[in-house]
Design a protein around this ligand. Structure first.
Ligand SMILES: [Zn+2]
Length: 402
């Protein structure tokens, strides 16, 4: 029966829909959002907190199954929509005008990013070093952005071609939109990897630190090392406080007071109270493309001392403390059910996209997973009760910024 449904959708309905999407472009792409939303709409942090949600979840399961069936049937259509949406964006760039992407589906699995980065690091110093973002953009193009098709073998094969000195466009004969994926993935990942100098404890002389040159991940996990947290894929879940809207980040549930760490270096752009985010801080990367949003910070003492609008922040630095503030127009109110950090990343290709309906938020779940391998060690100052990083990391981005 199921295969019959597949056949029907695959041969009759899907092609018709793809034609529809080709005609109506990106508006149709957005139609896919409610379907994905239904699949994800149970809030994990709340599930931990109280059994009431569990009951709701049970009731939800019954029709969830029906939606899963519907979802599977709709998948081929989604593929068509995505391809059509991407094609539209590519056309804009081919006209020769400056490229301003309007939407980015960032769906690279953490395992793929880890592998690409390992290949990049290993190839350093070779005649044709492999850039991890180039490699990921190659695969993104092959998959049309749908990383469900990812295989490590595909990546290794493409990496070999790059290592042999072939250009991405030559490797990708017959595939289109490479420049779209290249632009999009660079916008997301540019601040994550590079050369650095990192302090580490000295093996020869205990108690002292030594400075070591390195290359690799220099963005940090938003939760300090040694602090437990849990999270799940909650991007796009529905939220009902205020008005119905989608969840545009990742919730990391943990204990109140857990030190929150700057993922990438940049400037504090916004800091203070916001009705939805509670105590929140927004940090813009030095290249202006990424806006990091950390929200629901601790009541009474949300931020690291001296942090203010315009402050220059370094990746790995403690910027504040996990809490449960927000969902109130009154300042300093705990209205979250469960303590958690809301972590989000907004892409800005053009300043008009900063505070308008044109905001581009990406799913950061896999980025958080990737950053697991780089968590900041922190120490507590007994007098001020503030936490600070134990080991510094210096990068030329930070050093070069005014
Ligand atoms: Zn959230």
């Amino acid at each position: 029966m199921i295969s019959g449904v597949f056949l029907f959708f695959g041969t009759m309905v899907a092609p018709a829909l793809v034609r529809y999407v080709e005609k109506f472009g990106r508006t149709a792409l957005y139609l896919s959002v409610p379907i994905i939303t239904i699949k994800n709409s149970v809030n994990f942090c709340n599930t931990i907190a109280n059994g009431i949600i569990k009951k709701k979840r049970k009731a939800f399961m019954g029709w969830k199954y029906k939606f899963v069936v519907l979802f599977v049937a709709v998948l081929p259509m989604l593929g068509g929509m995505r391809a059509a949406g991407t094609a539209e964006m590519a056309e804009q760039s081919d006209s020769g005008e400056q490229r301003v992407l309007q939407w980015v589906d960032f769906a690279i699995p953490a395992a793929a990013m880890e592998r690409a980065l390992a290949i990049d690091i290993k190839s350093r110093g070779e005649e044709e070093p492999v850039d991890w973002i180039t490699l990921l953009a190659l695969l993104g193009t092959r998959y049309g952005g749908n990383w469900n098709s990812y295989s490590a073998a595909d990546m290794d094969r493409d990496a070999e071609q790059l290592r042999a000195g072939k250009a991405p466009q030559d490797i990708l004969q017959g595939y289109q939109n490479y420049s779209y994926f290249e632009t999009a993935y660079h916008a997301v990942l540019d601040g994550f990897v590079g050369e650095y100098q990192k302090e580490r404890p000295s093996e020869e002389r205990p108690g002292l630190v030594v400075l070591e040159d390195g290359y690799g991940l220099r963005a940090y996990h938003p939760i300090a090392e040694g602090y437990g947290y849990s999270h799940y894929r909650d991007f796009g879940s529905s939220r009902s406080y205020g008005f119905r809207r989608r969840h545009l980040g990742n919730d990391l549930c943990g204990f109140i007071g857990t030190p929150v760490v700057a993922v990438e270096s940049g400037y504090v752009e916004e800091i203070g109270w916001n009705q939805y985010g509670g105590w929140r801080v927004g940090i813009r990367s030095f290249d202006n493309k990424r806006y990091y949003y950390y929200a629901h910070l601790r009541k009474d003492r949300p931020f690291a001392a001296d942090l203010e609008a315009g402050s220059k922040v370094q990746a790995g630095e403690v910027i504040g403390y996990l809490g449960m503030t927000g969902y109130s127009s009154t300042e300093n109110v705990n209205n979250m059910k469960v303590p958690h950090l809301h972590f989000g990343m907004q892409l800005i290709f053009d300043e008009s996209q900063k505070d308008a309906d044109a905001e581009i938020w990406i799913d950061v779940y896999d980025l958080v997973e990737l950053l697991e391998s780089n968590r900041a060690t922190v120490v507590r100052d007994e007098e001020s009760k503030e936490y600070t990083r134990k080991y510094n990391l210096f990068d030329e981005h930070f050093a070069g910024a005014e």
